[in-house]
Design a binder for this molecule. Sequence first.
Ligand code: 5AD
Length: 380
Amino acid sequence: GQLHGAIYQGGGALVGRSGGHGVRGLPAEAGGLLEALAQGERLDHTQWRTLLEARTPALAAEAAQRAAAVRDRIYGKRVFIRGLIEFTNYCKNDCYYCGIRHGNRATSRYRLTEDEILACCRAGYALGFRTFVLQGGEDPYFTDARLVRLVSAIKREFPSCALTLSVGERPQESYAALRAAGADRYLLRHETANAAHYRRLHPENQRLEDRMACLRALKALGYQTGAGFMVGSPGQTLDCLADDLVFLTAFRPEMVGIGPFLPHHQTPFAGEPAGSVEMTLYLLSLVRLALPAVLLPATTALGTAAGDGRERGVQAGANVVMPNLSPAGVREKYMLYDNKISTGSEAAECLDELRQRMQAIGYTVAVDRGDFAGISEGKV
Ligand code: 5AD
């Protein structure tokens, strides 16, 4: 009903009427759908699928241009940085795609001490970081008591900084305790909104409903909440991606992480092909158009898949980059996929290189918390 407003008249061509192709040589229906998105309309599954199927270089360029304009209007030509601290690579889960899965006995495991983590934050603060992201596998060593202590210590020493957690699925009471201790944001990619695809990517004890319940709990607790997914993971179809877009536009997370799937040689998906950089960029643009104020990183996976992935991500509508602030000695142990980069503009200590690269495409790296600029929903 309300999905079809004045702009998009279900299946009709709005941009031009010249035999299926509208202005700028775009398929008329896809052009109309981009326009509908730009007008704030919500698309249904079929419409998202149409837009995904219609992807051509010209349509992707049009989407990117519109997405960049939306991002510039809300955030300006500023890119936010987050210092990523990968503090443990122990994980009890066995996600088929992930290099630090429990079943990978060849990975050498580490966990940082509270002092080491605080030292990372100090180094990051001096470099200009005002958001720290604590990311780790689902490591039972980090009980609520230990994590609450850690969060409290970071917020006490850096009260002007935002703290983001990315430590997977936990009980609601755990999320509540961490929020009370001062955590501001939480990243938990939904991975795929399609139940059959979720089962293809995870063992049976990991359930999409649990993941979704966690995301709802996080949002209700007032976290700026991040969802997201990989592009081109085994078994993913355009229908799966349409499901992801329907989910994201209903849930309206403050942050969305999207990167290409990249194989890791010690996982069940070792022989699977990598996801497409172009499709990833197109999805970044579509998500920016659907959720104008979203905090959208040009991810490490995108930067790994293409040397200029960060720049192209920003040009497609992203406005966040998350350089690695982990101690140099552990970086190569946090290998979610093969060849994961952690040098150059990917490294926190090389922030100047990132600054130069962003300046070269007309953007500046912002030294502030970089909070969500829209109206957060779901708060109780
Ligand atoms: N390729 C790309 N991204 C991956 N992730 C995990 N493994 C891979 C991989 N092989 C992503 C997941 C996870 C995030 C931390 O990293 O989406 O949520």
